[in-house]
Design a protein around this ligand. Sequence first.
Ligand code: UDP
Length: 223
Amino acid sequence: MTKLYAVYGVSGCGRSLMPVARQQLSREQDVSENQTSEIVFIDDALTEIAMVNGHRAMNYTQFLQEDVSQKSVLIAIANSQVREKLANQLVQDHISLWSVYADNVVLMDDAQIAEGCAISPFVSITSNIKIGKCFHANLYSYVEHDCVIGDFVTFAPDVKCNGNIHIEDHAYIGAGAVIKQGTPDRPLVIGKGAIVGMGAVVTKSVPAGVTVVGNPARIIEPK
Ligand code: UDP
């Protein structure tokens, strides 16, 4: 029986997450089962099967043609709209969304994380947290207690997400941003599709769809 795993995206995000995927697979593999498994890259820019960082790399059509008993895919593309589009395609094709966690991730109590997440090395997810589909938490980020995070949310490296913060679907939080904690009665909310610039210090809720930058973070108007 062969299981085929894939990291979808062969650009920066995918090549950074492949080692995390290998760690995940080595924890999942049950040596007592007579099973072989392989992790490949999928990227739609490829026309022919190639080798990338020691793994076979192919486009999605070629991946669908692989004859194996089970397929699981991690979508390793930072653009959250692309992640949603590809996740819908995978569901339609009855292929499961794979979640990968680095070996040294810290997960505390009652951290509920939906399918398809990529949790990079040195990330901490503390207690009583709910996170939606295809979440990306890049290197050194943390999520403190009682946060609620929607679907297709992306954290660049070193995001500091403090307690009682709600982050809605498709929000993007830039590298090194700090978000001030909310309270149980009044969580700080990052609205749907909002972008928090790198290094921003977010002290109050951010409306849906806007971009905030700076310290304290302020909305910048599109040019
Ligand atoms: N890609 C794809 N299928 C899609 C959209 C994107 O295979 O429908 C691939 C694209 O060819 C590229 C990667 O995903 O190799 C995205 O790379 P990019 O450098 O834009 O960003 P990253 O997410 O790696 O930071």
